[in-house]
Design a protein around this ligand. Structure first.
Ligand SMILES: Cc1cc2nc3c(=O)[nH]c(=O)nc-3n(C[C@H](O)[C@H](O)[C@H](O)COP(=O)(O)OP(=O)(O)OC[C@H]3O[C@@H](n4cnc5c(N)ncnc54)[C@H](O)[C@@H]3O)c2cc1C
Length: 250
């Protein structure tokens, strides 16, 4: 592999973990282009504790959630509709205070307590999976292989699952192309399901069409039991262990 600075690296295989705009994925499938989905995501960590378990708020064409990350700090996220030419607002905290006015007071306090310089703002993008995840000794993992909208909180989680499982397959198999083929065979269906469900959730939450109206009538907390039940087949330890057995044993 030749790098931009002119140096070259000899290796048995190349694994591209270079994100949604991956040139390595485009090398596998030249039709791939990220496209904005019509809304943007905000993420921040506030130096404020929360007594709450993780929770989520859904309102008209917006959603938000919060999760304690330590005894003294809390992660929060929010999404809102935005055109394809949307840019990060100059005063993000004022913008968010206005967009989420009337929502849960704890959420608003967390947003207000976040350092604006540390606030992440990203347009949510779609990009299909490449026709195949590998060719010979070149493969892609993570968002390069299977970008997903954030509504199940699974993009990073699935990238980590990729790393764990591909690592195990490569350790057990001397021929990288064989490991890559087993990896894709075992993984593609699981991530395709997650992409489909996340996309449906995103469309329902952010569509201007009537779909989802009853859920968007006001910002309300989804009952914990429902949230956990929905995520169990995707995000539970048991679901991963079951999946890993199938991938590694296949
Ligand atoms: C608003 C929002 C909320 C999210 N919430 C969650 C969540 O709650 N849980 C979750 O699991 N996931 C979440 N995600 C998704 C998660 O962020 C991604 O799925 C994850 O970061 C993908 O990891 P990755 O390593 O595959 O790609 P990336 O994180 O995109 O990393 C790719 C890396 O490759 C580098 N790179 C690219 N091109 C080159 C090059 N040519 N040479 C060298 N380096 C290069 C980039 O600089 C980058 O560092 C969220 C995403 C968004 C936008």
């Amino acid at each position: 592999m030749r790098l931009d600075d002119g140096t070259s690296i000899d290796a048995d295989a190349l694994v591209g973990a270079d994100g949604i705009a991956s040139p390595i994925a485009r090398g596998l499938d030249d039709r791939l282009r990220p496209r904005r989905a019509g809304y943007v995501g905000w993420r921040g960590i506030a130096d404020l504790p929360t007594g709450e378990d993780p929770c989520q708020f859904w309102g008209p064409a917006r959603e938000a959630g919060l999760m304690p990350v330590s005894e003294a700090s809390t992660y929060w996220f929010a999404t809102e509709r935005a055109g394809s030419d949307a840019r990060r607002p100059d005063d993000p905290l004022a913008h968010l205070a206005e967009r989420f006015a009337g929502w849960d007071p704890e959420l608003l306090a967390l947003i207000a307590a976040t350092d604006p310089a540390e606030l992440l703002w990203h347009p949510i993008e779609d990009r299909r999976m490449p026709r195949r995840w590998s060719a010979g000794r070149v493969a892609v993992i993570g968002d390069a292989a299977h970008p997903t909208r954030p509504h199940l909180g699974q993009g990073g989680a699935q990238a980590i699952e990729d790393g764990v499982l591909l690592g195990a397959l490569l350790a057990a198999e001397a021929d990288p192309p064989v490991a890559f083929a087993r990896f894709e065979r075992g993984r593609r269906r699981r991530v395709a399901g997650i992409i489909r469900t996340s996309s449906l959730l995103g469309r329902a939450l952010h569509s201007p069409a009537p779909i989802g109206v009853p859920f968007r009538a006001s910002a309300g907390i989804l009952p914990d039991a429902l949230m956990v039940g929905q995520l169990r087949p995707v995000a539970s330890r048991a679901a991963f262990e079951d999946h890993a057995r199938r991938v590694l044993g296949s």
